[in-house]
Design a protein around this ligand. Structure first.
Ligand SMILES: Cc1ncc(C[n+]2csc(CCOP(=O)(O)OP(=O)(O)O)c2C)c(N)n1
Ligand SMILES: [Mg+2]
Length: 793
């Protein structure tokens, strides 16, 4: 079994500490490194072996993934980071993060003891659920990496506009090497390059293991090639000081060559097997090479294992030198990628074992490890137990000399941006909701409200086709540098003015929808991260919500606040064809927490939703919005709108007679078909109701909330219950929407009405609306037919 972590690896090399660090500082960092390893390992052990299980399920936690990053994170959090730096921690290093926070006095023992239990420290760092100092949530690999790039762009956005007086920070991702398999990481890098990304560090924990296996040999080559081609500063941190010293000895060059060419699998297996196995392999391959025997003879098995695993990512002085050199070098702002060689499970019994991802130390292994760490029974949670440093001095160091904790809190906040009573929009006789959206923003762009100054729009190459053109023409593109519109200068006539500067308020993105959602995630956290409230509005085609769905979910999980405008949607974009038709998105809108989804049919509804949305995005218990819009031009009603009802999710367009047998219920752009069917049905079913739904999601949320409130003894009636109480108990409902029918069919469950639910259950094809609606049974005739049938049930 390998020895535990070489707690004094750097010192053993006799290397002098960097000029700006003294021995005392390094000794404290080594002590903290040792404690971060112990506490993270113990936290997982406690959760799995000592806390009673009530459900028989494995609790889990990743001792090997955590051990891999302990030294890198120790160096960062206790030495390199400043309060203004923001960090996304590799999900499976969550225990190390919490251990470090605990040592900093920012995490409680109780939450550590309840790791992965209700109210305890979270499995993966969570901004919303953890109470310690999480900057970015992580969990779905790749997203936490990429969001740091967008956060850096947002920092530039607010700083260049003079909207924040916070010191400039660095956005840092601690990256598992297998995270680099995720395409969204490269999409973000490319976007970053286009936007002249600065102040981003990605630190790759290059342990060459993923979940299932050992990664391909020389993976660093294509990875670093990509970083270099996108102009990142690439820093390879390969060997620690012990190995570097050995390489300078006789036989050292042969040893270096041997390790350099050692396949990842063999290296990992030898890390697991330990000193005797290293010796055997080296004698076999290098036994006759001059100098190597002497080197081997001067190391016993324990020393040899320590030497051969002395990779840079476990060697504090090497780590510190590299980080400080990059931070203080001539191009400190340039984005930097550090490839830090590590051993997965370093210092633990399963280090290097290919199956160690979810490996847990057993009771015997933990007992031995505990003894090695010098921990007495009952002292397991003591922050400073088992250390051979001056603990009082260590406490002083933590209290006074760790730059990261120099400010009492790193979480910022921002004031409320006032939203006018109403948003102006001139409504013409016929309009689509997409057109209305463009006009609302265009009106805002003309004025000089604070609201308009805090709106920032962004779109993945569909700015013009989602009607943001007028807004962009007035407010300009955001660019760190002055960008001229050459077409304009060349006097080429165009409706779009594409000039950019730091004052611009539209961030143009390439087509990758993941990037849109990560940009929205970062923009929508600006108040927390940079102390400045932004009101982000992002547009895309509705079907491509699914392309960015994981990042969408991720943005919401972080409680980022934004308005997503998805247009066109449904089969109503008819000639565009089946590939672009969105069917499931209404359900996605309903299913995602922290999101209020709307599908207005008319522009007056849309304007009141947007107004409410800009407020809702700012409220502590608010959330984000998803507006599913259409390009279908509809005749606009002239009326006084009940805005509250629109926000609650629906209103009676035609109040049903008290004893009416039937009501049509619609959401979105199929209004003309529904109105035609309703007019005809009135002949046979006088008093038939017509219910307009603006948000199935809000109605459903309201219904669920009312049920919960009633369980708690409150007399609450949900808006949807109030609306449907206008119908007789035996009335029949026909629901119609351009999306999956289950988005509205649940309405039958509210008061037990029978329902015929019309909608889209299959991909359509390119066609005009009459053909498509007829084919999919969404036209007036189909509605009347459905009504006739449900009336007979
Ligand atoms: C999007 C996504 N897919 C799959 C997983 C499951 N998963 C968790 S960790 C992991 C491998 C991670 O390997 P690496 O990034 O190298 O981290 P290490 O544990 O080696 O530090 C996988 C596949 C996940 N968390 N997220
Ligand atoms: Mg890995």
């Amino acid at each position: 079994m390998p020895d535990i972590r070489p707690a004094a690896s750097g010192a053993a090399s006799g290397a002098a500490p960097g000029a700006d660090r003294d021995d005392r500082r390094l000794a404290h960092l080594r002590a903290l490194e040792k404690k971060a390893l112990w506490l993270s390992t113990w936290m997982i052990h406690n959760a799995n072996h000592l806390r009673p299980s009530r459900d028989g399920l494995k609790v889990g936690g990743h001792q090997a993934s955590s051990a891999s990053m302990v030294s890198l994170m120790t160096a960062l959090f206790f030495d390199v980071l400043r309060p203004q730096d923001r960090v996304a921690v590799k999900p499976h290093a969550s225990p190390v993060f919490h251990a470090i926070q605990y040592l900093m006095g920012r995490q409680t023992r109780e939450k550590m003891e309840r790791f992965r239990a209700f109210g305890g420290a979270q499995s993966y760092p969570s901004r919303t659920k953890d109470t310690d100092d999480v900057d970015f949530s992580t969990g779905s690999v790749g997203l936490g990496v990429a969001v740091t790039a967008f956060a850096s762009m947002v920092q530039d956005y607010v700083r260049l506009k003079g909207l924040t007086d916070q010191p400039e920070g660095r956005m840092i991702a601690l990256v598992g090497d297998a995270e680099m398999d995720e395409g969204n990481v490269f999409e973000a890098m490319l976007e970053g390059w286009k936007h002249d990304l600065r102040n981003a560090w990605w630190i790759i924990d290059y342990n060459r293991q993923s979940l299932d296996s050992v990664v391909s040999d020389k993976l660093w080559e294509p990875i670093t090639g990509m970083f270099r081609s996108l102009d990142w500063n690439v820093v390879i941190m390969k060997y620690g000081r012990l190995l570097e010293a050995a390489f300078r000895e006789p036989g050292g060059e042969a040893l270096r060559h041997w390790i350099d060419t050692c396949p990842n699998q063999l290296y990992a297996a030898l890390c697991f097997k330990g000193g005797a196995a290293w010796r055997e392999a080296l004698i076999r391959d290098l036994g006759t090479t001059s100098g190597v025997r002497g080197l081997l003879d001067s190391h016993d098995d324990v020393m040899l294992a320590r030497l051969m695993t002395n990779l840079a990512g476990h060697d504090l002085p090497t780590i510190l030198d590299n980080f400080h050199a990059a931070a203080n070098g001539p191009d400190a702002e340039r984005p930097a990628c550090f490839v830090a060689y590590t051993v997965k499970g370093m210092g633990l019994p399963f280090q290097g074992h290919k199956d160690n991802h979810s490996g847990l130390m057993n009771l015997d292994q933990m007992a031995a490890f505990k003894a090695q760490c010098g921990i007495q029974d009952g002292q397991e949670w003591e922050p400073f137990a088992g250390l051979d440093v001056d603990v009082e001095d260590l406490k002083r160091f933590l209290a006074e000399e760790v730059p990261f904790t120099a400010t009492p809190s790193r979480r910022l906040s921002a004031g409320f941006v006032p939203v006018p009573e109403r948003l102006d929009v001139s409504i013409t006789e016929r309009m689509s909701t997409q057109e209305g959206f463009g006009k609302v923003l265009a009106e805002l762009a003309k004025g000089d409200t604070v609201l308009a100054s805090r709106i920032v729009t962004t779109s993945p190459d569909v700015t013009v086709s989602t009607n943001l053109g007028a807004w962009v023409n007035r407010r300009g593109l955001f660019d760190r540098h002055e960008r001229h519109d050459i077409f304009k200068e060349q006097k080429v006539v165009s409706a779009q003015r594409w000039q950019g500067d730091p004052q611009g308020q539209h961030i143009e993105l390439g087509i990758a929808e993941h990037n849109l959602f990560l940009m929205l995630a970062a923009l929508g956290l600006s108040h927390d991260l940079f102390g400045t409230r932004l009101l982000p509005v992002g547009t895309l085609y509705d079907p491509f919500v699914m392309r960015g769905l994981d990042a969408f979910n991720y943005a919401l999980y972080q409680d980022s606040r934004f308005m997503l405008v998805a247009t066109p949607s449904g089969v109503t974009l008819a000639p565009e064809g089946g590939a672009h038709q969105s069917i499931a998105t209404p359900l996605i809108g309903m299913g995602l927490p922290k999101l209020s989804s709307f599908e207005p049919a008319y522009v007056d509804e849309l304007a009141s939703i947007m107004r409410w949305g800009f407020e809702h995005m700012q409220k502590p218990d608010g959330g984000s919005l998803y507006l599913r819009l259409s390009t279908r031009s509809l005749e606009q009603p002239s009326r006084t709108l009940d805005a509250d009802a629109v926000i609650d999710g629906g209103y009676w367009r035609h109040q049903p007679a008290p004893d009416a047998d039937l009501s049509l219920i619609y959401m979105g752009a199929l209004v003309p078909e529904v109105l035609a069917a309703h007019a005809q049905l009135l002949d046979d079913v006088p008093g038939a109701g017509l219910l307009a739904i603006t948000s199935a999601d809000r109605l459903h949320q309201g219904w669920m909330a009312a049920r919960r409130a009633r369980q708690a003894g409150e007399a609450v009636v949900a808006p949807v219950e109030r609306l449907l109480s206008a119908l007789s108990p035996t009335a029949r409902l026909v629901t119609i929407t351009d999306g999956h029918p289950s988005a509205l069919s649940w309405l039958g469950g509210v008061r037990g009405h029978k329902v015929a639910a019309l909608g889209v259950e299959t991909f359509g094809q390119s066609a005009d609306l009459p053909d498509l609606y007829a084919d999919l049974r969404l036209d007036a005739e189909a509605i009347i037919d459905a009504a006739a049938r449900v009336l007979l049930e």
